[in-house]
Design a protein around this ligand. Structure first.
Ligand SMILES: Cc1cc2nc3c(=O)[nH]c(=O)nc-3n(C[C@H](O)[C@H](O)[C@H](O)COP(=O)(O)O)c2cc1C
Length: 277
């Protein structure tokens, strides 16, 4: 609740800051692998007015697969942090939603310490407790659809090849995707050309914004069918711009034939075999 003694301009500014911070929360939650069980908000406002603004708003979400912390004052966002549970050594810890109290951060509502007006470093402060994520169930009958959705959303998969006894990996931008068959353009001068010649076994890895992944294990073969080359050439302006002519000797097109397709939801930790079609 904002005190009526706070100047209207300051209230407006705070409302803007609230809106910005809440939008940030919404965006963070939107990309989280599962919905949080609880999000806590509070506002601790002090000293607004003629004095330099020192009001603090703290938001903390300490249950679920991510720890989310936000702090802002009347000047705007001071610090944010969203820490994936996988990055923490306490993976698999029992769920705890119990509040903790610290001067800067804390579960709001039970914290009696005065808010610390100093900016907190992005990685600083105490981390709230985390819980083991509960994967959302999904309909296995929709695996193909889900996997194709990840591929569409991810856009730039990583293509893995084998270089002797050394794996190699690079982002690529498929020029056509037909089910789980993926077409990737290449320049003859690139290193993967020789790697694929020597060993055509490859893997494509897609990761979407929810951290769901699709892995396509397959074999890369050079496309020589002129009609197919022409149709892919015609529908890819970037190819045309970059290579000038379809007969550019640098132009190579791979068809990656899928032998195995696997789908994994971020927190499920299980592979799901998808029929490659
Ligand atoms: C977003 C993005 C998309 C790319 N798409 C392709 C691609 O479709 N084909 C390709 O050969 N290289 C592509 N590259 C460049 C590769 O990542 C890599 O640098 C290049 O293939 C040379 O790697 P190599 O020598 O291991 O073959 C892309 C790079 C980026 C950043």
């Amino acid at each position: 609740m904002i005190s009526p003694t706070i100047p209207v301009q300051a209230c407006r500014q705070m409302n803007l800051d609230y809106a910005a911070a809440l939008q940030h929360v919404a965006e963070t939650i939107a990309t989280a692998p599962a919905l949080p069980r609880r999000v806590e908000f509070t506002s601790v406002v002090a000293g607004l007015g003629a004095e330099p603004p020192r009001g603090h708003v703290l938001l903390s979400w300490s249950c679920g697969p991510r720890a989310l912390r936000l702090e802002f004052d009347a000047d705007g966002l001071v610090d944010t942090g969203a820490i994936p549970i996988a990055a923490r050594p306490r993976w698999g810890a029992t769920a705890t939603c119990s509040p903790r109290c610290s001067p800067g951060w804390g579960p709001i509502g039970s914290c009696t310490a005065a808010p610390d007006p100093r900016p907190v470093s992005r990685r600083g402060g105490e981390e709230p407790p985390l819980s083991k994520p509960a994967p959302e169930p999904f309909d296995a009958g929709r695996l193909v659809e889900l996997a194709l959705g990840v591929m569409r959303a991810a856009r730039f998969p990583f293509l893995a090849t084998i270089d002797g006894d050394q794996p190699r990996l690079r982002p690529v931008s498929p020029v056509r995707t037909d089910g789980f068959t993926v077409y990737v353009a290449n320049l003859r001068g690139y290193h993967k050309t020789g790697e694929i010649e020597a060993n055509p076994r490859v893997e494509l890895g897609y990761l979407d914004e929810h951290h769901d992944q699709v892995r396509i294990t397959g074999v890369a073969e050079v496309v020589t069918d002129r009609a197919l080359l022409q149709s892919i050439w015609d529908e890819n302006p970037l190819l045309r711009q970059y290579l000038g002519t379809i007969d550019n000797p640098e132009f190579l097109l791979y068809r990656i034939r899928p032998e195995r397709v696997r789908y994994m939801k971020e927190w499920a930790l299980d592979y799901h075999e998808v029929p490659p079609g």
